[in-house]
Design a protein around this ligand. Structure first.
Ligand SMILES: Cc1cc2nc3c(=O)[nH]c(=O)nc-3n(C[C@H](O)[C@H](O)[C@H](O)COP(=O)(O)OP(=O)(O)OC[C@H]3O[C@@H](n4cnc5c(N)ncnc54)[C@H](O)[C@@H]3O)c2cc1C
Length: 378
């Protein structure tokens, strides 16, 4: 009998399993694919306090960032504390950044304003044409999600307390008098407690109330080939438009002008939830995105019109030596409406943790720690 069984080896499942091991608990991780292939390897790898509203979400991001830096050493993967720059290519965006910065230049956000020359030094990938300035946040860390998830999985597998079972689908979970039982395609396993971290596929395992359950979002992403040798993109990048997507900016009054302009000039961005995020990984490729389409059962297709809009917009705000695209993909996450995590306990000792939305890479370690604190083993 394990102390804990974790369903799903995305970042949420791994964070729970790693935290269990830190506490000396035995843990079995069960993953349906032969390696994690969900949202946790399809994202930008931005560990991003900027954008989180103050309170739980921001505190979790700051705590999780320290965990990422720590595990990057233990598990041997790349983590770059390069910060995030928001570029302003319109005066109204700069005004909104100034308003935000006037409240947040001190910790925990640690932002500062940049003039166009400074912005180009921090992020040589920014397009100087029409650049008004920028906002730099110095708390962000970049990882390469594919490398980091792989290395965390290897690291976990080496720990005496942990076992990982891949290519095994969990069919049912339930608790009984003699502990919890997990039925899988490879047999039945028992534990004192079960935490299910199945990402957007949660409803197959634990049906949730239709009104309150997290919503599903489909995103489109792309990655360029390696840029020429020794060309450095600089800090992670986002646009002024991204402020409309981050709850941290909800109270910035001057953002109303940005919203009005975009609604009028670019209804297509609103329609497809497009804003530009970009980051260079350790091998020199640039990951670019994204779009947001909500709705249950998202289709599996990459909409080329949406990718065209993303690329067209990206070319206005970025300058890259090469725009040759190496790969395109869709990512899917589930997003709860409040608190950035949906956790529920459908049965005794059985828990569901999902709904992390666009912030799961930034918050999962702290969420796992919180859960262990609130649910001390009996
Ligand atoms: C395009 C995109 C960009 C993003 N960018 C960022 C970013 O830069 N920064 C950030 O903080 N967040 C970002 N996010 C959000 C982040 O990636 C997610 O919040 C996070 O990865 C969710 O992790 P998870 O473990 O809950 O889900 P997943 O990574 O989807 O993992 C769930 C796992 O459970 C497994 N599973 C499901 N059902 C079963 C079953 N029945 N039996 C066994 N295994 C099962 C799946 O195979 C999967 O491996 C982004 C997301 C997307 C899609």
């Amino acid at each position: 009998m394990y102390d804990l069984i974790v369903v799903g080896a995305g970042i949420a499942g791994l964070a729970f399993a790693l935290t269990a091991v830190e506490q000396g608990q035995t843990v079995l991780v069960i993953e349906k694919n032969k390696a994690p292939q969900g949202a946790s390897i399809r994202n930008f790898g931005m560990v991003l306090p900027l954008g989180m509203p103050t309170g739980n979400a921001l505190n979790r991001a700051i705590k999780s960032k320290e965990k990422w830096l720590d595990y990057s050493k233990k598990a041997n993967f790349w983590a770059n504390p390069c910060g995030m720059m928001m570029a302003a290519h319109h005066d109204d965006e700069m005004t909104a950044m100034e308003e935000f910065n006037s409240h947040h230049s001190l910790p925990p956000y640690r932002t500062r304003l940049l003039n166009p020359d400074q912005a180009q030094v921090i992020c040589p990938g920014v397009n100087p044409k029409g650049l008004v300035g920028g906002l730099l946040s110095q708390t962000e860390v970049q990882i390469n999600p594919q490398q980091a998830i792989k290395q965390l999985t290897h690291y976990l597998a080496k720990q005496d307390e942990a076992e990982l079972l891949f290519s095994t689908r969990v069919l049912q979970v339930h608790s009984g008098d003699a502990g919890c039982e997990v039925q899988t395609t490879q047999g039945t396993f028992n534990a004192k407690r079960i935490v299910c971290c199945p990402g957007h596929e949660f409803n197959d395992l634990i049906p949730c109330d239709e009104q309150t359950r997290p919503k599903t979002c489909k995103l489109q992403m792309m990655r360029t080939i390696k840029q020429k040798q020794n060309w450095a993109f600089g800090s992670m990048f986002s646009t002024g438009l991204s402020m409309l997507h981050y709850p941290a900016f909800d109270n910035v009054k001057s953002l109303a002008a940005v919203r009005e302009r975009v609604t009028y000039d670019h209804p297509e961005f609103e329609k497809h939830g497009i804003h530009i995020l970009a980051a260079q990984n350790q091998v020199g490729e640039i990951t670019l995105g994204d779009s947001h389409h909500y709705g249950d059962d998202p289709d599996p297709f990459i909409n080329q019109e949406v990718n065209f809009l993303i690329t067209q917009y990206a070319k206005k705000v970025l300058q890259l030596p090469s725009w040759e695209i190496k790969e395109q993909w869709i990512g899917i996450y589930s997003k709860t409406q409040d608190d950035h995590v949906y956790w529920t306990q459908p049965q005794d000792h059985v828990f569901l943790v999902t709904g992390l939305g666009g912030t799961g890479m930034s918050t999962s370690f702290a969420i796992a720690e919180e859960w262990f604190l609130e649910n001390q083993a009996g």
